[in-house]
Write a protein that binds this ligand. Sequence first.
Ligand code: ADE
Length: 225
Amino acid sequence: MRIDIITCLPDLLKSPFNHSILKRAQDKKLVEIHVHDLRDYAINKQRQVDDYQFGGGAGMVLMIEPIDKCILKLKSEREYDEIIYLSPDGESLTQPVANKLSLEKNMIMLCGHYKGVDERVREHIITKEISIGDYVLSGGELAAIVLSDTIIRLIPGVLSDETSALSDSFQDNLIAPPVYTRPADYKGLKVPEILLSGHTGKIEEWRQSQSIQRTKERRSGLIDD
Ligand code: ADE
């Protein structure tokens, strides 16, 4: 998989992609992440990429020209399955959305800033809009990191134990069961006996019932879905 991220703040994206699972996935050549500075496609020497909105009103808007130039260059080099704009009014990011995107080969993620992007970008260039939640971030960069992480960890081979992504919360519309590690007794706080029993089948049953109980208590909407 290849992910091209277009942003005015390329440095903001460096650290998250250079640590832990996202770094390992790149080292193993399971994913390529390319960050593009939108200002490299600016309309003038001042590296301008935004302007005041027509009709008046506070806040700058990202212009269509730099975005179009950057995306045209990328599209001339390879085909893209999706060109995603991160926006609070996009489709909500859920596990099924991430599962589906994890099957794609090449995608572009465009990070908005300020008041957003010229609407013509959304109408004519973008193929999908995604929101990571009903709140407003200062820009799309953090959302692009969240989206990339949810997708990349699903690529076979990225996680050392492949089954662990399948047993995540929200796969099967259930929240994951509780987990414990040593010590089995910490100041009288005990790990459930069943987990120490060695009965694999019973443990699996217990985990399943915990998942269902937790989902009912905390996120009953998932079960209704
Ligand atoms: N940009 C600003 N807020 C956002 C959100 N909630 N999701 C995706 N992109 C955003």
